[in-house]
Design a protein around this ligand. Sequence first.
Ligand code: DHK
Length: 143
Amino acid sequence: MTKAILILNGPNLNMLGAREPSIYGNHTLDDIEKACEKKAKTLGFEAVCRQSNSESEIVSWIQETNAKAIVINAAAYTHTSVAIRDALLSRKLPFIEVHLSNVYAREEFRHHSFLSDVAFGVVSGLGVEGYKAAIEVVSQHIK
Ligand code: DHK
């Protein structure tokens, strides 16, 4: 059976394409998910993609996943969610935190992450390429 990597996207990322394109680019969520599926496939993995505006739904997906690793853009929940941090810690799965924008070049409240210190790695500011890089690195780790 093909090993899965769970690709999680948080609140407002369903609005990509229309949402602040000067910051988040012109790609839609569908474009990103398709790029992730393609990248994972070339590496012999399956990308299972999920997006939610609900913190509780994201926590449940982390709790229930059969994936071997997680790539997560928790979006605004990155900066607020102890619940998502705790869910990730409870599963002990390697995860990479991704941001489309360079959060360190933005408002100060985006500089703090509840996930970074327990992540396998962090990618910020590389747009869609950041998801692809995260999949590549984490797939090598779980091979
Ligand atoms: C996406 C968001 O929605 C913001 O709340 C984060 C992140 C940054 C991103 O760059 O992908 O602060």
